[in-house]
Design a protein around this ligand. Structure first.
Ligand code: FAD
Length: 303
């Protein structure tokens, strides 16, 4: 399970300010983040596409404290979409609703999302909603429900560590949702989330089987080999074609496996973040694998 201390550090504004101003951290940042500009992201999206790998582009930023920041994020996504489908046909964008102000004003957030959804449709680009900390989880899910009938290809991330996930998935009756199944990357209390890694993995496998049998075009966002091979095994058992589901992985993690799956005929999508606000994203990656932290700390102190 993600390391709790590092997840707390992900929320520290002081640490954020120290590390983001520190030029020595750049090499480690670049392992997980495409770069600072949309051009960096387009370049990497095109490289991945040449290897048969799609992307989901994430303009980094989350939990805005002021709604005045939201239009900048919308503008950036619009700019990103102008060339995205050209450099990587089949690409999607991934959006965090806390970046669109869901924690401050859910109604305004929904209006901003609608704006993005229309622009994305014009460019033939799919939209995926990340699932964040549970404080943003319920409002995110409500907005997703509200849009699903009109935008049935909108994809929502669901976390296998949450005890409520199966009930949430089973609660859709008319339009069945497209989902991205992930284990979950935030610090959640035991009342809401399984805490034991093996239990979260078992739950992931159980929900994978459920999604393959009940939901359209599920996406499996994981680097866990036991989960990946379980999905491959189940799909074969259930006679589900590789074109009817996809694997998703994060940029910089298990690159060889990403290529290998694509070469074997599976659909693979890489979550590709870019932008200056990389700190909380990167700290969550450290929390998933604390061994990465030594590399990061050494670079931060210039060793
Ligand atoms: P783990 O058991 O954590 O990892 C399996 C193996 O993968 C590890 O042994 C290691 O070899 C490798 N690995 C995993 N993480 C790292 C790392 N950081 N650095 C290096 N190697 C690593 N979480 C959310 O809460 N909401 C989201 O919307 C969300 N979207 C995601 C989208 C995608 C495409 C992916 C792949 C993940 C997303 N996550 C999201 C993160 C997810 O919840 C997990 O925290 C993360 O994927 C690690 O879990 P795992 O399934 O890879 O399994």
């Amino acid at each position: 399970m993600p390391n709790r201390l590092l997840l707390k550090a992900a929320q520290s504004k002081q640490l954020e300010s120290f590390t983001t101003r520190n030029r020595f951290t750049r090499p480690v940042v670049h392992r997980y983040v495409a770069g600072y500009t949309v051009q960096d992201a387009w370049n990497i999206a095109a490289e991945l596409k040449a290897d048969g790998i799609d992307v989901s582009l994430d303009f980094l930023g989350e939990s805005v404290e002021d709604l005045a920041q939201v239009p900048d994020a919308i503008r950036e996504y619009r700019t990103a979409m102008e060339r995205l489908a050209e450099v990587s046909p089949g690409a999607t964008i991934s959006v965090k609703l806390s970046q669109l102000g869901v924690l401050i004003d859910p109604q305004q957030c929904a209006e901003h999302l609608e704006d993005l959804l229309h622009t994305a449709a014009e460019y033939n680009i799919g939209v995926e909603l990340d699932m964040e900390h549970s404080s943003a989880g319920r409002p995110t899910l409500e907005i997703f429900r509200q849009f699903l009938p009109r935008f049935p290809r909108l994809r929502q991330a669901f976390q296998s560590y949450l005890r409520s996930t199966l009930a949430d998935l089973a609660s859709f009756d008319d339009v069945q949702p497209c989902i991205r199944l992930v284990k979950g990357a935030f610090d959640e209390p035991v009342t809401l989330a399984f805490q034991d890694a093996a239990e979260v993995t078992n739950q992931y496998k159980y929900l994978s089987a459920w999604a393959l049998q009940h939901l359209p075009d599920p996406a499996f966002g994981t680097h866990d080999e036991s989960c990946i091979s379980y999905v491959i095994y189940l799909a074969k058992e259930l006679n589900i074609a590789p074109s009817d589901f996809e694997f998703q992985m994060l940029y910089g993690i298990r690159r060889d496996r990403q290529r290998e799956l694509a070469q074997q005929g599976y659909r693979v999508r890489v979550y590709l973040p870019y932008g200056a606000q990389w700190y909380p994203y990167l700290m969550r990656r450290m929390a998933e694998r604390p061994a990465n932290l030594m590399l990061f700390l050494r670079s931060a102190i210039g060793k």
